[in-house]
Design a protein around this ligand. Structure first.
Ligand code: 2P0
Length: 319
């Protein structure tokens, strides 16, 4: 491939947002291609951003939030991507405006921003579906962050698709940050352990298709009650699988349980809201936009937490 001098000094910047799965992925059926064992559906968030700059370089260089890092997962991914397209080494600078590696899907936004920037930088012209394929190979949940709005990830090709645009349904999200620190067990490691040791893993996979279909229908029909029921139960099922891995794993903190209780109280008092948690201690509360004032008043009663507010946001894009 012939590259111009401009390529060498030019920097390309992309932004991507993390996504939250309402029916989740936990377990892989193909580790080489990073194919999930079950389908998932997510919402992309607007106010949380990963900004990634790539430039052609003499060696692979990774900088995360201003610090030079070594990251095997990203380095291996870059080797694979460069080999596929015959590309030179790249320098990658990434900044997250939210806690990294803390269960807020920074790897989802990270790989989505990275592939978007790489495709543009080297003028590869990859379409969204191909970008989603590459993002998934970096981190499966990342396939979904290529798209905005409500997004599905299912077989047989395991490329994400947009189920509905951001404007389809005015839902909002409050993230209750109970612990800013990075998680001790990565999702990849946790999943592997759950697959091999949790007595509930097969049951989890068996009910995944039905949860996925119910959630999709609830989103299309804007049925908040239905979505609330299936999403909350799906989250608790995933955490039951995680908790019953051997040795046992828990991504929760004491504040996680208090936050879940607060959401149940909000709901018992008549305001529609549900929670979900990922591989980290933060609790994400989803509610219809018109309920924001009540939700805010109630969640602000929680002690020792930080609240991050978001709406449903767009897919990965260039700056
Ligand atoms: C999800 N999570 O569907 C689930 C829910 C966390 C809990 O996908 O091994 O970082 O890189 O594919 O995508 C987090 O796992 O894992 C995740 P890999 P990933 O959002």
């Amino acid at each position: 491939m012939v590259r111009s001098r401009r390529d060498k000094i030019r920097m390309t910047t992309a932004i991507a947002h993390p996504n939250i799965a309402l029916v989740k992925y936990w377990g892989k059926q193909n580790k080489t291609l990073n194919h999930p064992a079950s389908p998932s559906v997510s919402i992309t968030l607007d106010s949380l951003t990963t900004t990634t700059k790539v430039a052609t370089s003499t060696e692979t260089r990774l900088v995360l939030n201003g610090k030079r890092i070594e990251d095997l997962k990203v380095a291996n991914f870059l080797d694979l991507f460069r080999q596929q397209f015959g590309l030179p080494p790249v320098s990658v600078e990434t900044d997250n405006n939210f806690p990294t590696g803390a269960g807020l899907a920074s790897s989802a936004s990270g790989f989505a921003a990275l592939v978007t920037a790489l495709s543009e930088h080297f003028q590869l012209g990859l379409n969204l579906s191909t970008l989603s394929e590459w993002a998934r190979r970096g981190s499966a949940s990342s396939a979904r962050s290529i798209y905005g709005g409500f997004v599905t990830l299912q077989g047989p090709d395991w490329r994400a698709d947009q189920l509905a645009k951001e404007s389809h349904w005015e839902l909002e999200i409050c993230i209750i940050v109970t612990n800013e620190g990075p998680k001790k067990i990565s999702s990849t490691t946790g999943m592997k352990s759950s697959e091999a040791t949790s007595p509930f893993y097969l049951e989890w996979i068996k009910t995944a298709d039905s949860d996925f279909e119910i959630a999709k229908k609830a989103i299309v029909e804007r049925d908040f009650m239905k979505l609330s029921e299936v999403a909350e139960q799906n989250c608790l099922k995933m955490h039951s699988v995680i908790h019953t891995s051997q040795p046992a794993i828990s991504y929760w903190a004491p504040g996680t349980v208090s936050a879940m209780e607060q959401v149940r109280e909000i709901r018992n008092a008549g305001t529609p809201a549900f929670f979900t948690m990922d591989a980290g201690p933060q609790v994400k509360v989803i509610y219809p936009r018109q309920c924001r004032a009540i939700i805010q008043k109630s969640l602000e009663e929680l002690k020792n937490v930080r609240l991050i507010w978001a709406s449903i946001g767009p897919g990965a894009h260039l700056v």
